[in-house]
Design a binder for this molecule. Structure first.
Ligand SMILES: Nc1ncnc2c1ncn2[C@@H]1O[C@H](COP(=O)(O)OP(=O)(O)OP(=O)(O)O)[C@@H](O)[C@H]1O
Ligand SMILES: [Mg+2]
Length: 480
């Protein structure tokens, strides 16, 4: 029978707790002060401690570190009537399993006590989450989708080509840029990163290329730019899609001629740097919209690295979770494992925020839940709080193209290509382009139910059926 040690100077509380815990099947020892409790602990009694903070001889908070030192496996639940955030923080800092603000529900206490004892037991047998994770790896993931990326990265460690990393937000573009540098021949040179989206547009040129004294009002002395700072190493141009046109023109020159001039300067400066650029935007769209130089695009896109979204590499989720658990443990957030069911739950999600979203979720769960095992229920509760991020999959453009723009672009292509115009049926062709997408989406939403779909669309059922046939749209009925 498991034994619970209670310490509280209030006799009424001791009685109530003893009663509730005995009824729940535990043996209970109750002390009115800290020294009695300590003597039991020293003598190896108890599988769980439930202690008040304020006691006549010693504070529960002072006792807690001693308990952790003497019997690290013994879980301690702290109760306190001073329920400020500081009390809760102190309890967590000092290693309490859980903190309970008085007055609390006795059922809650019993449930927490059961959990604490359970997890202390499984602790001993528990396999470390790190068992199959090599934490020295710079990039985690063994999925098929990542193998192609690794191959490209491996090639780039030997050759010094310009690389362009694309991928949705949170897919690891910055991390890959760093890996490209750390494993390159330039690894002993500087690694300089600059994010175009984080710098006011009119400062980007002087940030990148530096400026001469007197180049503009306030330029009181010569200032080196990132190109100069990165000499002999790697320059990472993050969010390159946000680079203003004038800076693009200068950058193109550097790539073509291997030299640049400072803002306000005349003398060309030779450079020896490797450029790695990244963007979450679709640069080909930006080129069409006239916001990105096509010639620069080809200069940068020598080796494209397109990072897959997490939803396309769900096999990596378990490894990534373990990796973030190890990181969390190193940061002192505590050591936890995820149950296979919890991992399974994670695999069902779409992860619009990709690896960053997964990382945040893991760290949040580790920090907020006292349980050593993260279960499916915890994941469900946590993802219920997550704000869905609506991000159209195909189009990763940051300045989301609206429908009108898309229509214009489609039409521009038609007018460019001429042959569609020669067919004299642009109107029908346009409808052929948009109607199937509309019908498919509505049918998806109604789980293949044509009656519902025709109602939403405001179309006659027969008309809908005719159109589905015309467009060869297959109906997949899903029972929900
Ligand atoms: N393969 C990976 N293994 C381990 N950690 C990863 C991996 N990919 C990404 N991460 C982690 O995920 C987080 C997001 O990655 P990163 O900042 O590189 O993404 P990003 O593509 O640059 O995102 P954004 O477009 O929003 O700037 C970082 O904490 C990074 O360390
Ligand atoms: Mg980034």
């Amino acid at each position: 029978m498991d034994e619970i040690l209670i310490a509280d100077d209030d006799a009424a509380i001791r009685t109530v707790l003893t009663h509730a815990l005995t009824r729940a099947g535990y043996r209970v020892r109750a002390a009115s002060n800290a020294s009695t409790l300590w003597s039991w602990i020293e003598n190896g009694y108890g599988d769980l401690v439930i202690s008040d903070v304020v006691m006549p001889d010693e504070s529960g908070f002072d006792l807690l570190p001693r308990i952790k030192k003497r019997r690290p496996e013994l879980p301690v639940i702290i109760m306190s009537a001073q329920n400020t955030v500081l009390t809760a923080i102190t309890a967590a800092e000092k290693g309490a399993y859980e903190y309970l603000a008085k007055p609390f529900d006795l059922n809650d206490l019993v449930a927490i006590a059961q959990r604490a004892i359970q997890s202390a037991k499984s602790d001993g047998k528990k396999a470390k989450p790190a068992n199959n994770v090599n934490d020295d790896l710079p990039l985690i993931g063994r999925s098929h989708a990542m193998q192609d990326i690794y191959r490209i990265i491996a090639r780039l460690t030997q050759i010094d080509l310009t690389a362009m990393i694309t991928g949705e937000s949170g897919t690891g573009k910055e991390l890959v840029a760093r890996v490209l540098h750390d494993f390159s021949k330039r690894k002993n040179g500087p690694y300089v990163a600059i994010n175009m989206a984080a710098i006011p547009k009119d400062l980007i040129e002087s940030e990148l290329f530096g400026y001469e004294k007197g180049a503009f009002t306030g330029a009181n002395s010569r200032n080196s730019g990132r190109f100069e700072q990165a000499e002999g190493g790697t320059l990472f141009l993050d969010e390159i899609g946000d680079m203003p046109m004038s800076a693009q023109t200068r950058l193109l020159r550097v790539l073509q001629e291997g030299e640049f001039t400072m803002v306000g300067g005349v003398k060309p400066i030779k450079t020896n740097i490797r450029i790695v650029a990244a963007t979450h935007q679709d640069l080909t769209q930006l080129i069409r919209l006239g916001q990105f130089r096509e010639d620069l695009y080809y200069r940068l896109n020598v080796v494209p690295i397109n990072l897959p979204p997490l939803r396309a590499r769900k096999d990596d989720i378990a490894d990534l979770v373990n990796h973030f658990l190890v990181q969390a443990e190193k940061q002192g957030l505590g050591s936890k494992t995820f149950t296979p069911e919890a991992i399974h739950k994670l695999r069902e999600l779409d992860w619009p925020g990709n690896i960053r979203q997964l990382e945040n979720l893991v760290k949040r769960v580790v920090a907020l839940y006292p349980q050593d095992e993260v279960t499916e229920d915890i994941i469900e509760a946590e993802i219920a709080h997550e704000q869905p991020i609506y991000q159209p999959h195909g189009d990763m453009s940051g300045n989301l193209l609206n429908l009108d723009n898309s229509i214009r672009m489609w039409l521009e292509n038609c007018f460019d290509s001429q042959d569609i115009l020669e067919n004299d049926d642009l109107y029908r062709q346009f409808l052929t382009e948009v109607e199937p997408g509309l019908l498919r989406y509505v049918l998806e939403q109604t789980a293949g139910n044509q009656i519902k779909a025709s109602k939403i669309l405001g179309l006659n059922r027969n008309t809908l059926r005719k159109k589905l046939k015309e467009y060869d749209i297959e109906i997949v009925k899903i029972s929900i």
